[in-house]
Design a protein around this ligand. Structure first.
Ligand code: ATP
Ligand code: MG
Length: 437
């Protein structure tokens, strides 16, 4: 199939085992077990989606999804350890201890007149409940790279949409007409940015072209789904690339409108430096298998919005502590309209912000209270990230680094006028004017 004519008419190309790198030893043994059992049961079954794509580019898949001609009930009948989930579209989960193999029946995306598939008048997909063939299943997927089917029949890869060539060329291409596909499901625009970042693929021009104009559709996507997408985008080790992708395609303005506006208004670029430095740190932690937290992530992503709101309130002569609290609340409330950050993350996110103004306080009682604060460690890490945007946190960072080892020594090392508990006026003014750092 010529690859420059995006088409949703499936034409099968089979890539034999010797022409692709996927080996059974790279596939989860449990996924293989499911594939063999389905075949013994007389059903067509394939490894599909992200796993095939990741294996082709030499990555290690997070999960192994299977597509089959068997209905969910037929799948359940074959496995003791199987439960059916989902009402809108039923899926089988085959459970092996901590690993779950998701088995989906081939699904069609075509209006067969049964009324089972409904689109909203603006083109959004409301229900897609029709079972179909493997060809139907291929063309309803989002990107060609995600529509490759590996079979244990002969260990070949089956390609109906030109995905194999696209993966070889490291290109992300929507199946079918891009605008139609984005209107059906605007989250596909985010997936384009995320997968391009994760895989280091380029987005094929016709796939990229409509994104800027259609980006506003994302504000109608379910906020809970956008939260999940954010975690995948920023906490999977490709946060910097994802952020740059969002910026470049005009998606940041919709996902994080206040932060995007604050970044644009920040002429020095210091805020952007801070955000990117924080994301770089997060990417490093993911690479090192260290834990990362959504609270810290959102504190970082929304920091520009918080700083800007805080400055506005301070310009209106709202007292500092009051302004901080109000800025934190305002940014959080506005954010929730787009992305549903659960309270268990938004509350520590706010604490991280509010603690930033306490690093200048040196009174012994305050120092001890700060060190005991459950969010101290995160807030201090955050302060260190802010250092990337402005070098005036160096003194605070040195103090608190020492204070964690020996608070009394740190306080003793602090100049007299700062050790007596009063906060010298120049410090406070300096800190206020650099709320953007
Ligand atoms: P990841 O590496 O992040 O898991 P993935 O491609 O596997 O990427 P999933 O969300 O796990 O992403 O989806 C599995 C598969 O389901 C995709 O590869 C794709 O074929 C299909 N899919 C997922 N989301 C959509 C969508 N919005 N529209 C169409 N097909 C989709
Ligand atoms: Mg996946």
């Amino acid at each position: 199939m010529p690859n420059d004519t995006p088409s949703d008419t499936p034409v099968l190309r089979t890539i034999p085992r010797e022409q692709h790198p996927i080996s059974r030893k790279d596939i989860s043994p449990n996924a293989l077990r499911v594939l063999y059992r389905l075949r013994e049961g007389g059903h067509e079954a394939y490894l599909v989606g992200g796993a095939v794509r990741d294996l082709l580019v030499g990555g290690s898949p997070k999960d192994f999804d299977i597509a089959t001609g068997a209905t969910p009930e037929e799948v359940k009948a074959l496995f003791r350890n199987c439960r059916l989930i989902g009402r809108r579209f039923r899926l089988a989960h085959v459970v092996f201890g901590r690993e779950i193999i998701e088995v989906a029946t081939f699904r069609a995306n075509v209006d067969d007149g049964s009324g089972d598939r409904q689109t909203h008048e603006d083109g959004r997909l409301l229900r897609d409940n029709v079972y179909g063939t493997v060809e139907d299943d291929a063309v309803r997927r989002d990107f060609t790279a995600n529509a490759l089917y590996y079979t244990i029949e002969d260990f070949s890869v089956r390609d109906y949409v030109g995905g194999f060539e696209d993966v070889s060329n490291r290109v992300l291409r929507l199946i079918g007409d891009p605008e139609t596909r984005y209107r059906e499901d605007p989250v596909r625009m985010l997936r384009a940015a995320r997968l391009a970042a994760k895989l280091d693929f380029s987005i094929e021009p016709a796939t990229a072209a409509p994104i800027r104009e259609l980006a506003p559709l994302l504000s109608e996507a379910a906020p809970a789904r956008l939260f999940e997408e954010c975690l995948k985008m920023f906490l999977s080790g490709h946060g910097v690339a994802s952020f740059e992708g969002l910026e470049c395609h005009g998606l940041l303005d919709v996902m994080l409108p206040e932060a995007a506006a604050a970044l644009k208004a920040n002429r020095s670029g210091a805020l952007r430096t801070v955000v990117l430095e924080g994301l770089r740190g997060t990417d490093r932690r993911v690479a090192a298998d260290e834990p990362v937290s959504p609270a810290f992530l959102f504190a970082l992503l929304l920091w520009p919005a918080y700083c800007r709101t805080l400055m506005t309130l301070q310009a209106q002569d709202v007292p500092a502590a009051d302004a901080q609290r109000r800025a934190a609340d305002r940014v959080t409330v506005h954010e929730l309209a787009t992305i549903a950050v659960p309270r268990r993350f938004s509350i520590p996110m706010q604490e991280i912000w509010l603690l930033q103004s306490r690093f200048g306080l040196r009174q012994r009682k305050r120092v001890m209270r700060m060190l005991a604060h459950p969010r101290f460690r995160a807030a201090f890490d955050f302060l260190q990230v802010r250092q990337a945007g402005s070098d005036e946190h160096a003194g605070d960072i040195a103090f608190w680094r020492e204070a964690q080892l020996d608070p009394d020594m740190a306080i003793a090392h602090t100049p007299q006028d700062e050790g007596d508990g009063s906060v010298p006026a120049p410090r406070r003014r300096r800190r206020r004017s650099t709320a953007t750092g």
